[in-house]
Design a protein around this ligand. Sequence first.
Ligand code: PLP
Length: 439
Amino acid sequence: MDAAEFRRRGKEMVDYVADYLENIEKRQVYPDVEPGYLRSLIPEEAPLEAESYEDVVKDIERVIMPGAASPACTELETVMLDWLGKMLKLPEDFLAGTEGSGGGVIQGTASEATLIALLAARSKIVKLIQTDHPDRSETDIISKLVAYSSDQAHSSVERAGLIGGVRMKKIPTDSKFSVRGAALQKVLEEDRAAGLIPFFFCATLGTTPSCAFDCITELGPICNAEKIWMHIDAAYAGSAFICPEFRPLLNGIEFADSFNFNPHKWLLVNFDCSAMWVKKRSDIIGAFKIEPLYLKHDHQESGNQSHWQIPLGRRFRSLKMWFVFRMYGLKGLQAYIRKHVGLAKEFESLVKADQRFEISADVVLGLVCFRLKGSNELNEILLKRINSARKIHLVPCQLAGKFVLRFAVCARTTESRHVREAWSHISHLASELLQELRH
Ligand SMILES: *Cc1c(COP(=O)(O)O)cnc(C)c1O
């Protein structure tokens, strides 16, 4: 949709809302739809090809309005998470379908998804231990719990441990910044020997510093055997798994208990929209469900996503997904991901062609980690000059003790010419800097 069409559609939407408000007294107050009404009104999968805006908007009256307010909001969300789960080829266990025991929910952020997974895992392990040892108190058990993540994990994982009141340990990564099975196994043995109770492992697919991938095909079986909840944080990288060529990065998902990524990061859905799936809805609901009288109604068994999250109230965020998936089609979304990866590869080859620079980590998706061959101080000065010139903005990271610059392709409108301009700017500033140092 270009700017001219956006203006026109935006104005039409204001009219639609105004008409709705003007005629609101003609509408029924309480919907008379039955639970599950929505699923049969729309396809089971996202379209391959893009659809028109008119087609999508027409469906608002047909699909959404009969279930105005809560039923439509909950049901569209469940079906959209199934659509997206199918795009990612998630194992069947994670889909809600009509009788599955898994399913998806929209959280605000990846940070919340990790926290919720950790709290659900905490509640599950406490119940499990108390089944065998009814005399052990919850406080005693929680004081022995340990959660784990990669030493490259996002700060939100450490924070989840902090809020959840449990120990959190970082597992060292290998030369590719990836957690391997043996590294986790070693720490688990030490901790069990010390009387601790390992219960949660947060794997990262696409780490923030370098877009590295923990080896979940090795880690998953260990977690399953040790009754450790495996959560996967793929906040950024998850969007790429809709492309068959990137889907192997998600192999091992079958061992996970929960999985999360942010369509608002790289799948063209506006903030906020963080998609989270669990294999067993009952694990999450079991941890969070409280039902006062004012929330009781006739269709309680049909699902209430308020039990999957911290707040009670929920926004109608699945509408954004519905519009985006239909207006791009799966093919359009795949093309968007591929374009960004192609642009990152283009930047990588520009860096590689310049002997003064080196690439610091494998370029898998839209992130390029690079640096000038030389000291950390040299690279810190270069970054300072790049950012103070205000033309582009780079965020650094530390990889194996080295100060590294990160070039991330993330805007919807980025083209090859922007990448080439950015590189010539960086290369020019580097030349100036190296020149000065020679004098
Ligand atoms: C961006 C990111 C996060 C944080 O995401 P929020 O949705 O802002 O909480 C967490 N983990 C990874 C790997 C990320 O890339």
